[in-house]
Design a protein around this ligand. Structure first.
Ligand SMILES: Cc1cc2nc3c(=O)[nH]c(=O)nc-3n(C[C@H](O)[C@H](O)[C@H](O)COP(=O)(O)O)c2cc1C
Length: 200
């Protein structure tokens, strides 16, 4: 069965502009895959705690010796990784906040990048342990940064997904959303037509 993992990282949950772009793709995917399954992971409705030493310890410790908080951290991490493993397609709604990715998305990444589970180090460097699958990233931004050093998201997200084994990554951008109604309309229209073409 085709399975799509739909991750929203906007602090506005499904009301976010990045969420709306991701939802547009997911809606079209559902139409094309009536038997398909969609796993919803909405990070502002189901917040992930930031990683601290105790939580990180859960990834290295003997499972029999975990504190209750470590048990919770490990269960959360296992759930996120299982969701990734189950999906043939991963869709991420990605706003830019304060020149970076949303902190809740970083917290999710910190629970997914697990030594010995999603990556390992070898003599030749790190190796991602997840099987590759399609990742679509819908990036919404108030300003315009694509192709400049100010775009801190594209390289980082690509690198961290590559690190865990995901290489087939496509970005769709809606930029300049804070630059007036005309710019916003144009950016959204362009993103919508790209999404519709990708989903066709
Ligand atoms: C807290 C916050 C910080 C933001 N920081 C930036 C920024 O650094 N650069 C930028 O281009 N836009 C910034 N924006 C604008 C958002 O990127 C833009 O509104 C985007 O569409 C938000 O996506 P969302 O509605 O899915 O959350 C910021 C918005 C918020 C709410």
């Amino acid at each position: 069965m085709n399975t799509l993992l739909h991750i929203n990282t906007s602090l506005f949950a499904s009301e976010g502009q990045s969420s709306a772009l991701a939802a547009r793709y997911v809606e079209r995917w559902r139409r094309n895959h009536p038997e398909g399954r969609v796993i919803e992971r909405n990070l502002s409705e189901q917040p992930v705690a930031h990683l601290d030493a105790e939580r990180f310890g859960a990834f290295l410790a003997d499972e029999a010796k975990l504190t209750p908080l470590q048990r919770q951290a490990l269960d959360e991490s296992n759930t996120f990784i299982d969701e990734l493993r189950a999906a043939d397609t991963v869709v991420i709604g990605l706003p830019m906040y304060n020149f970076g990715i949303p902190s809740m998305f970083k917290a999710w990444i910190d629970h997914v990048a697990r030594p010995g589970v999603t990556f390992r180090y070898t003599e030749n460097g790190p190796v991602g342990l997840l099987a590759d699958r399609k990742v679509m990233v819908f990036a919404a931004r108030g300003g315009v940064y694509q192709g400049t050093p100010m775009d801190t998201q594209t390289d980082y997200v690509t690198h961290v997904l590559n690190f865990i084994g995901l290489h087939d990554i496509e970005f769709v951008y809606a930029e300049g959303l804070a630059l007036g109604d005309d710019r916003q309309r144009q950016a959204l229209a362009k993103a919508h037509s790209t999404i519709d073409a990708l989903a066709a």
